[in-house]
Design a protein around this ligand. Sequence first.
Ligand code: ATP
Ligand code: MG
Length: 392
Amino acid sequence: MFKSFLIKYGEIGLKGKNRHVFEDALVKQIYFGLKDVEGEFKVSKEQGRIYVDALSEYDYDETLEALTRVFGIVGICPMVQIEDEGFDNLAAFIADYMGKVYGDRELTFKVHARRARKNYPLESMEINARLGEKILDAYPNMKVDVHDPDVLLCVEIRNKISIYSEEIPGCGGMPIGTNGKAMLLLSGGIDSPVAGWMIAKRGVQIEATYFHAPPYTSERAKQKVVDLATQMSKYTGPIKLNIVNFTDPQLYIYENAPHEQLTIIMRRYMMKIAEELATKSGSMALVTGESLGQVASQTIQSLYTTNEVCTMPVFRPLIGFDKQDIITIAEKIGTYETSILPFEDCCTIFVAKHPVTKPILHIIQRSEKKIEEKMDELCKIAIDTVETVICQ
Ligand code: ATP
Ligand code: MG
């Protein structure tokens, strides 16, 4: 029975002259979200409302599922729209609607009419009362409760009349594209896809970088990262994934730096390269899946030391999360199953038995001084030969 959806969006960012930017971005993201859903849709904005109309047969459940993945939507109301053909016609339609949607369910309801078109002959209060009566007459199983109704029946009178009585929660946040672009360091693990998702939820377009070390890391490990980015793209829109061949820089560090410092030095170079790629692509922040204390490279001293190579802000949205909290989100967004596939990432091959957990910046810098010249050359080659894949 529903052929349309009323899209409710958050209030933040809506005020003033930014409003249309926000709405246009949301419309664009809704189209993107619906691109793989069977059916043809029109998304339109009208007087502070966004509507999705199905123009053909369509899959209701798939449509709802796709809409719940669009950042910026706080609620989705399946809706019917009718022409204004007089109050009696509306009342008859409403009675029919309640019967079709709720049948003989015992429930309480309240009618909430909004007369956005002021020349409608009845006032809101009167519409509420009359429609309420009509429903009570037709269904002995329905009662009025104006304070805490099971069903809030909304009737919005504009050029057409919109009727809806259910609101499915959306995932909130801000539409992608309203808050710039950031570069996610995406590994094959559980954490980084979640970190990217959280930043994207704030309206940020995500680009990603993966450090690949063939033949130490396999094609399957790389494919896993592509798969993760593709899964993320259901929320974030297309993700440009930069695949950096990190084998030579990594081997050079392995052979020329103290073993207990390998991880930290390697991470510093990863951040440097990611920052350079970020600058090239117009990103204004880096995003990582680090969480304080999770592993040796995520102690406060390690984060301090890694962070030192970057001049851009580094967003670490998981910094205060326990692993289980991260897993819960990974499951919700559909990346968990892929993340736990057992393909090595490049950090697990070149790990020292006893990595420093409290690196001291000037000691790390001194080690790096010795390899700097060659490393700059190798990193430049890595950047120049980066492979890009659009994941969507
Ligand atoms: P994840 O689950 O995201 O892999 P992790 O717990 O395994 O994280 P680390 O291996 O210390 O932690 O990595 C910390 C962060 O560094 C990751 O969340 C990711 O942002 C980045 N990172 C690690 N390895 C790579 C890689 N091979 N390519 C790109 N980014 C990486
Ligand atoms: Mg990892």
